[in-house]
Write a protein that binds this ligand. Structure first.
Ligand SMILES: [Zn+2]
Ligand SMILES: [Zn+2]
Length: 410
């Protein structure tokens, strides 16, 4: 896989025809005094929303007339609430705290009451992610304390733990293979297999040059998606067992959340750049080519700046090395001055191409395979409900926005 890829600094809006679409904003929820860490759509008639915040609360809002949301529950907790998971069939929420405790609640009385069930002392530091697997009655939690832990969703009994050595950021489980993917702040993904209740180490996936922020799973094709602090999304073809990866480059800042919608074969990514990108995953994409290393430009044979011998011989100054994103050749600035989007290689913003690759681009190769929506807040978390066709985004601005997805999901 190629090294870190940075977009060119230029106004690229015109070149990206998948850019600049609008989503219909249905409602906003404001008034939480500190950062909101996560929020979930509760579905149902009231189209409720539950959120956890740095202000040591879990809150529920219900939709009243004219799309306005009204706060129905504000439960104060012993510590900052850092993560939440909603188990729809049981109307149950699992709230992870900054002190390592998981608090279980049941939502009753049409979303107007939270009944506390139990506390599980799962970790000794901030809980960053919760994943509940009803079929196994497992609650997996990941924490800043570098442990992955799992306990029984019915009894609260602790069942096991696994040390990752780095602050865990995200979790994803495949029920069919019983594989658990654990993303961390070092940029790695640890793959574990659950056998008779215990976790067995399989391998480590290395593809990001900064932290892994979020994970998602495509059950049908056994694809793992990881979003990173390096602004990229990596698609890991776990099912093929050939180790193939594709990079999706569209965000200009870190990727904070990923949601896969199997019905429409869409991957939704939310970023700190305030963009929601909907990636068409039905499209065929190619792996990023390996970058070649050379002392001279592979197009015009001009020397690169460290090639003193050749610079002396031809009495010429050396240039900086760039790479063509399509063929991977090492080329000079002059030979890579042509830029283009390259959606079939995952690049939805313009990247450098060599003269030959640029001259031979076909119109089919220039078709965008993703659509961009600017949501006007730095996205820190998102949730989707395919039944009500709603998308929820949590912003760094402490606002929750509810978006209509009817046009995207019909
Ligand atoms: Zn050149
Ligand atoms: Zn090329």
């Amino acid at each position: 896989m190629a090294a870190e890829i940075k977009p060119l600094e230029q106004n690229s809006d015109e070149i990206r025809s998948g850019f600049g679409r609008k989503l219909n904003l249905l409602s906003t929820i404001e008034g939480v005094p500190l950062d909101i860490n996560m929020a979930v759509l509760l579905g149902g008639e009231e189209e409720g929303v539950a959120a956890v915040s740095e202000d040591k609360t879990v809150r529920i809002w219900l939709k009243k007339n004219k799309g306005k949301y009204w706060g129905s529950v504000c439960q104060h907790l012993p510590a900052t609430a850092s993560s939440i998971y909603y188990q729809k069939d049981k109307h149950k929420i699992y709230v992870g705290l900054n002190n390592g405790t998981v608090m279980d609640f049941v939502i009753t009385d049409n979303g107007t009451k939270l009944s506390h069930i139990r506390d599980v002392l799962a970790h000794v530091d901030r809980i960053t992610c919760i994943e509940v697997i009803p079929a196994l009655k497992f609650v997996f939690t990941g924490s800043k304390d570098t442990y992955l832990q799992w306990h029984c969703s019915e009894s609260g009994k602790k069942l096991g733990k696994f040390k990752i050595d780095v602050w865990i950021s995200s979790l994803c489980f495949d029920l069919a293979s019983k594989c658990l993917f654990v993303g961390d702040l070092s940029g790695q993904i640890t793959v574990l297999k659950m056998v008779e209740g215990s976790a067995h180490f399989i391998t480590v996936l290395k593809g990001h040059t900064a932290s892994v922020r979020c994970l998602a799973w495509d059950n049908e094709n056994s694809l793992l998606f990881s979003g990173g602090g390096d602004n990229t999304i990596v698609v890991w073809d776990i099912g093929s067992r050939k180790g193939t990866t594709v990079e999706l480059s569209g965000h200009q800042d870190r990727v904070e959340c990923l949601i896969y919608i199997p019905t429409f074969k869409q991957l939704l990514s939310g970023g700190y750049d305030s963009n929601l990108i909907i990636w068409n995953m039905d499209a065929q994409r190619n792996s990023t080519p390996e970058w070649t290393e050379s002392d001279k430009c592979e197009c015009c044979n001009g020397p690169f700046f460290w090639n003193f011998k050749m610079m002396w011989e031809i009495k010429s100054l050396g240039g900086r090395q760039h790479h063509c994103r399509k063929c991977g050749k090492a080329i000079c600035a002059k030979c890579s001055s042509n830029v283009s989007i390259l959606p079939q290689y995952g690049f939805e913003y313009p990247v450098r191409l060599c003269l030959n690759c640029h001259a031979n681009l076909t119109s089919e190769e220039l078709q965008p395979l993703a659509t961009f929506y600017h949501l006007k807040h730095r996205i820190v978390h998102a949730d989707a409900d395919i039944n009500t066709k709603r998308l929820l985004t949590v912003g760094k601005d402490r606002v929750i926005k509810i978006w209509e997805m009817v046009d995207n999901w019909n």
